[in-house]
Design a protein around this ligand. Structure first.
Ligand SMILES: [Zn+2]
Length: 166
């Protein structure tokens, strides 16, 4: 492997949480309970969106808003795992190999730890490379700590079809 072909990408996503207990809460393709899910044009899955962004960043394809506009009716309430699948296809289509992804979800309530193995399994399947998911509590600090929102971070390591000898 030529290490000058390695590319890193970072992704961040944030969603305001709804006060509607009927709004489903999907994180990393897994429905978590209790609900009061995110407000968003799609299903608002913050982990899928952060992972999509880090892959787009690593391959120089911009960000998720460039490809899936939040006013486009085509993407209204869409399953974000489908969006992620499309991003993986785009990145691979350019000849990039996805090596691994690491991610963190920051959420006060509910605790996502018990959902982690299923999230990792589903995301790894869609991405085709190992995806690790970490969970952090905001420790009741600020608006995240008051359960007003959810944040996800992700980092991807990819192998570019082009090397850059700087
Ligand atoms: Zn999002």
């Amino acid at each position: 492997m030529d290490i000058t072909s390695l590319r890193v990408g970072s992704g961040l996503d944030i969603h305001k949480l709804s006060s509607d207990p009927e709004r489903r809460f999907i994180v990393g393709g897994v429905e978590i309970q209790p609900s009061n899910g995110p407000i968003g044009h799609s299903d608002g899955d913050p982990l899928c969106h952060a992972i999509a962004d880090c892959l787009l960043g690593a391959s120089g394809l911009g960000d998720i808003g460039d490809h899936f506009g939040d006013t486009d009716p085509q993407w209204k309430n869409v399953d974000s795992m489908d969006l992620l699948r499309r991003v993986v296809d785009m990145v691979r289509g350019l000849g990039y190999q996805i090596l691994n992804i690491d991610s963190t979800i920051v959420l006060q309530h509910p605790k996502v730890k018990r959902f982690r193995p299923m999230m990792q399994e589903r995301l790894t399947q869609v991405v085709g490379a190992p995806v690790s998911v970490k969970a952090k509590s905001p420790e009741e600090v600020g608006s995240l700590g008051q359960s007003e929102g959810v944040v996800a971070f992700a980092t991807a390591l990819c192998l570019s079809p082009n090397s850059s000898n700087i």
